[in-house]
Design a protein around this ligand. Structure first.
Ligand SMILES: Nc1ncnc2c1ncn2[C@@H]1O[C@H](COP(=O)(O)OP(=O)(O)OP(=O)(O)O)[C@@H](O)[C@H]1O
Ligand SMILES: [Mg+2]
Length: 265
């Protein structure tokens, strides 16, 4: 492993469900990488294998999943070879996830501030947790008083910001955002994703953004991988894929993208 190496390198990863006639190759010899401080997008229609790929990074795929082959190198070490205990340490402290439903990530009976504080205390001993909560809320552009609020007192967008603060509480190296904004309206989605891209610059965070809506990540990710039926069918710089898609499926995907910004030619 080298400092300059990519933080994440997935090599020929295969994850299957079922067997015989019922075999589903949810992830089929997939390879991709994320550089340090880089924001990379994984796009594809529903059922293409995006979430199973994301979860497999820390071996969090559903129980029925079989890791049928390949490697997941995080900082040069294969996650599929690690013990469950080691993985538990890595999840949340080095690799953080943000999912679509922020409500399920927070306990309704505790304040936002308390819950973020707990995460800090758990993962980063000896640090001033209260001060750190303030810093994190500021980082996700929420007022200090958000700390005293309960989850149900926040809007969807605010809660998603809290979730990002929570994900950053353990100062991870890699953030995996699996469709974190699809429940929000388009303007708020943009704000949240902008925030993520911004953070990746500010705190040198590597981000894997997963979405079925390419338009929403188009100008945030430096590179994009397009998934279809468990396979990566196209990859390249975002510009290249957006303006000159090669694969038929990618062309369809691009055509379906409601453009937020007019395409310059
Ligand atoms: N627990 C499971 N048992 C059997 N098959 C599963 C299971 N979970 C997922 N799959 C299958 O794996 C494939 C990939 O699913 P995945 O959730 O990764 O798709 P996705 O690209 O994230 O879709 P979406 O955009 O809807 O979130 C699908 O064909 C799905 O049916
Ligand atoms: Mg999914």
């Amino acid at each position: 492993m080298t400092e300059e190496g990519n933080i994440l390198e997935v090599q020929d990863l295969s994850v299957h469900f079922g067997h015989g006639e019922g075999l589903v190759k949810a992830v089929d010899e997939v390879s991709f990488y994320v550089g340090r401080g880089e924001t990379v997008a994984l796009v594809g229609e529903s059922g293409s294998g995006k979430s199973i790929s994301a979860l497999s990074l820390t071996r969090l795929a559903p129980r029925a999943a079989v890791y049928a082959g390949g490697r997941v190198l995080f900082n040069g070490v294969d996650m599929l070879e690690r013990s469950e205990r080691e993985l538990r340490d890595i999840r949340g402290s080095q690799i953080s996830y943000i999912f679509q439903e922020p409500m399920v990530s927070f306990n309704p009976v505790f304040t936002i501030g308390w819950q973020i504080e707990e995460a800090i205390r758990l993962h980063r001993k000896g640090i001033d947790a209260v001060g750190e909560v303030e810093r994190l809320l500021d980082l996700v552009q929420l007022p200090e008083r958000a700390a005293a609020a309960y989850p149900h007192q926040m809007s969807g967008g605010q809660l998603q910001r809290c979730m990002i603060a929570m994900a950053l509480a353990c100062s991870p190296e890699l953030l995996v955002a699996d469709e974190p904004t699809t429940a929000l309206d388009v303007t708020v989605q943009r704000e949240i994703l902008n925030l993520l891209a911004d953070l990746s610059q500010k705190v040198n965070l590597s981000v894997l953004m997963i979405t079925h809506n390419f338009g929403i990540v188009a100008d945030l990710a430096s590179r994009v991988y397009v998934m279809q039926q468990g396979k990566i069918v196209e990859e390249g710089s975002t510009k290249q894929v957006l303006y000159d898609p090669q694969h038929d499926y990618t062309k369809q995907l691009m055509a379906a993208v409601p453009r937020l910004h007019p395409v310059k030619s």
